[in-house]
Design a protein around this ligand. Structure first.
Ligand SMILES: C[S@@+](CC[C@H](N)C(=O)[O-])C[C@H]1O[C@@H](n2cnc3c(N)ncnc32)[C@H](O)[C@@H]1O
Length: 338
């Protein structure tokens, strides 16, 4: 097999142009729980079709395509087995990306991305044009997709949760709030690290049920409550505010409004921990540049540089302290009251 640099540019470009074929192939495999079914051992397309309700020859073709890029392995006996890459599509395993695959190929993300050209022409996100309403209203009206979205956020948060728990000091703090915390993956990591800390997951009303179920399954509901509300109006009082991939959803004015609400409700020793993909100053290729276009297509937000986050904090009565790099695509920006 050729290394990327020896692939002719037109062939490389063909691979990039058809990247969405792969997204959909992986999305279908995730929705049909193919990886879960293969955990018990190799299976034919016919066997997998029986348990998933799919049409056997269509399923074979999709899984053969997935096997061609290493997601599954197709044996000489025409049975599919799991590879380490395919394992990441299993439900609930460490490092699972299953819900991410479902979420990216479901309406809320897929349809606005189809109008990226319009977003670039107009500078406007395409949620309303394609979904008929803003993204989070769409999720409020589509419970199954909303649950996949929250769990997908959990997939990504799990990549950085233990490092957030290590780098964000909670010693001596009473209460932390995970602002727009979805399934509460980060607050759960902080609570595990500090048994005397109380937690709140603050999110929109439609998120409450799935978040409570997730916290209950971890035995955390006693120490962590789920509070429904709108962070543009007010947020609960706490010593620590975690904001992971919250500010990037919104424009500068909206992001500053959220931070100002945190500053207004925080205790005198209060602080914020912002977890985002920070745009590097040196132009190094990272996940942040692509995530920024995800925002452009769907939401009013953007990815920002460290200086831009520092300015946002200053505009909100908070002071940027330092940036902590992690082994994930995320960085942690720590801030305090000025
Ligand atoms: C990009 S997700 C991040 C989820 C979570 N912080 C994580 O990274 O795992 C944004 C979250 O903000 C929540 N959200 C959106 N608008 C909100 C609002 N006005 N008030 C409170 N939460 C909101 C969404 O429901 C969603 O859970």
């Amino acid at each position: 097999m050729s290394s990327p640099s020896t692939i002719p540019p037109s062939a490389q470009m063909f691979g990039m142009i058809t990247g969405f074929w792969l997204s959909q192939i992986i999305g279908v495999a995730a929705k049909l729980k193919i990886a879960d079914h293969l955990r018990a051992g190799p299976k034919s397309a016919q066997e997998l079709a029986t348990v998933t309700g799919a049409e056997p020859s269509a399923l074979f073709r999709v899984l053969r395509a997935a096997a061609s890029v290493g997601v599954f392995q197709l044996g000489a006996d025409n049975r599919f087995s799991l590879t380490p890459l395919g394992e990441t599509l299993a439900s609930g395993v460490p490092g699972s990306m299953r819900e991410m695959a479902i979420m990216q190929t479901s309406k809320g993300h897929w349809l606005p991305w189809g109008k990226l050209d319009e977003a670039v022409r107009t500078g406007q996100p395409q949620a309303v044009a394609t979904l008929g309403c803003e993204l989070f209203q769409h999720y409020a009206a589509a419970p199954e997709e909303a649950a996949a979205f929250s769990a997908a956020m959990g997939n990504l948060s799990a990549l950085v949760a233990s490092e957030v728990a290590t780098h964000v000091d909670t010693i001596g703090l009473t209460r932390a709030v995970d602002i727009g915390g979805a399934e509460g993956t980060l607050i759960a990591a902080l609570l595990a690290n500090n048994p005397s800390l109380e937690g709140i997951v603050f999110d929109l009303p439609h998120v409450k049920g799935t978040t409570e179920a997730k916290l209950a399954a971890q035995g955390l509901l006693g120490r962590c409550t789920v509070v429904s509300g709108d962070f543009f109006k007010t947020v609960p009082s706490a010593d620590l505010y975690i904001l992971k991939q919250i500010l990037h959803d919104w424009n500068d004015e909206q992001a500053a409004a959220i931070l100002r609400n945190c500053a207004a409700s925080m205790t005198p020793r209060g602080r914020v921990a912002i977890v985002e993909m920070v745009i590097p100053d040196d132009g190094a290729p990272t996940a942040a540049q692509l995530m920024d276009v995800n925002m452009l297509a769907i939401l009013p937000g953007r990815e920002r540089t460290q200086a831009e986050y520092s300015a946002l904090l200053a505009d909100s009565g908070l002071r940027f302290e330092r940036l902590v790099a992690t082994h994930s695509p995320f960085q942690i920006l720590l801030g305090t009251k000025s």
